[in-house]
Design a protein around this ligand. Structure first.
Ligand SMILES: NC(=O)c1ccc[n+]([C@@H]2O[C@H](COP(=O)([O-])OP(=O)(O)OC[C@H]3O[C@@H](n4cnc5c(N)ncnc54)[C@H](OP(=O)(O)O)[C@@H]3O)[C@@H](O)[C@H]2O)c1
Length: 327
């Protein structure tokens, strides 16, 4: 029997536990190790997710070095991704890194260059791209079913109490609405229309110097556009629509993890699509890493590194355009 694909998880926070639980349920893989700044936290989460066979380490570096770890999942705050990813690539371990890959475009470019030169697999954990309904919208658009794409409308954001220590507001941890939440509308628009020719942003910056809210207008040659919003202060609808000359697709909230979408055609016909659980997006990205690594690939065609860089370029343009502090 083939050995289970062993994941090493870097960090013990909210998404580390969520994704760790999906790994634990997924056939063919297991949580082999957890790394943390604190050994007892690592041991507790390793035991919870992987049972007695999983080990906790008091540093990310020790976890990365474990022979039981076949791939590393990085779930530290954005500004702390680079160091862990660098160590994993240097150890020759495939990496799935939470979104955004890094807090700055320059850091992301450095990691992509390192992974390519070392021929080590690297992918951003943009689980929205593995949601079966998001994949279906893309397939419908590519097949011409929506006609010519004219616009994408999308928003993602909610009020999060101001706390300069929390990662969403703390510049030391890569805080701000755009990098954490705005990345989803931007990634959807980029998936549907590619890199825009211009990006304009309006919004506000919070007391800690990170962006608190932003509206983006992005344009493509020929007049196609995206109208996007993100916020840490306002209650946004979290919906998305992809609008073409023959049909519009509405994704139910939260659109990045949607379980229901409707295709409205110009002749009045409407067709609804559903999936059972948004977790399919998380399971999908984990399977993608395992399958690509087994195939000897160093990138995913479903979540290419060029797309990760293109989305970060847009986010950085918008952040700095709003007057947020540079990281
Ligand atoms: N895909 C998704 O749906 C999704 C959802 C939420 C978040 N995320 C992404 O996942 C990353 C983590 O988010 P989260 O919500 O899980 O954050 P979180 O709950 O605050 O956890 C972050 C963890 O990172 C570790 N860490 C390392 N250096 C740290 C530092 N200087 N300050 C604080 N924690 C530090 C800590 O674990 P140890 O101390 O044990 O090492 C901490 O528990 C972010 O990049 C975020 O964008 C993705």
């Amino acid at each position: 029997m083939a050995a289970l694909f062993g994941w090493g998880i870097a960090a013990t926070g909210g998404i580390a536990r969520t994704v760790g639980n999906v790994i634990a349920k997924e056939p063919g893989m297991r949580v082999a190790a957890v790394g943390s700044r604190d050994e007892s936290r690592a041991a507790a989460l390793a035991h919870e997710l992987g049972g007695a066979a999983a080990r906790g380490y008091g540093s990310y570096a020790e976890m990365v070095a474990s022979p039981d770890v076949h791939a590393v999942y990085v779930a530290t705050p954005h500004a702390q991704h680079r160091q862990v990813v660098e160590a994993a690539i240097a150890a020759g371990k495939p990496v799935l890194c939470e979104k955004p890959l890094t807090a700055t475009l320059a850091d992301a470019e450095a990691l992509v260059a390192q992974a390519r030169s070392a021929r080590v697999f690297l992918m951003e954990a943009m689980w929205m791209r593995f949601n079966p309904l998001v994949r279906r919208v893309k397939a419908l658009a590519d097949a011409g079913e929506l006609g010519e794409l004219r616009s994408v409308h999308a928003s993602f954001g909610f009020p999060f109490p101001y706390d300069p220590a929390h990662r969403l507001w703390n510049p030391e941890l890569g805080g701000g609405a755009l990098l954490d939440l705005g990345i989803y509308p931007v990634a959807l628009a980029h998936l549907m229309l590619g890199a825009p020719e211009s990006v304009e942003a309006a919004g506000s910056v919070g007391p800690s110097g990170v962006d608190a809210e932003a509206a983006l207008l992005m344009r493509w040659p020929g007049g196609a556009r995206a109208l996007l919003e993100t916020s840490l202060v306002g209650m946004l609808p979290m919906t998305a629509s992809v609008i073409g000359t023959r049909a519009r697709v509405d994704l139910e909230p939260p659109f990045h993890a949607t379980t229901r979408m409707t295709v409205h055609r110009y002749d009045g016909a409407a067709q609804e699509f559903r999936i059972d659980s948004a977790e399919e997006g998380l399971a999908g990205e984990l399977r993608e890493v395992r399958d690509r690594v087994h195939a000897g690939d160093t990138e995913s065609p479903c979540m290419p590194l060029e797309d990760t860089l293109a989305v970060l370029r847009i986010l950085e343009t918008a952040r700095l355009g709003l007057g947020a502090d540079a990281f």
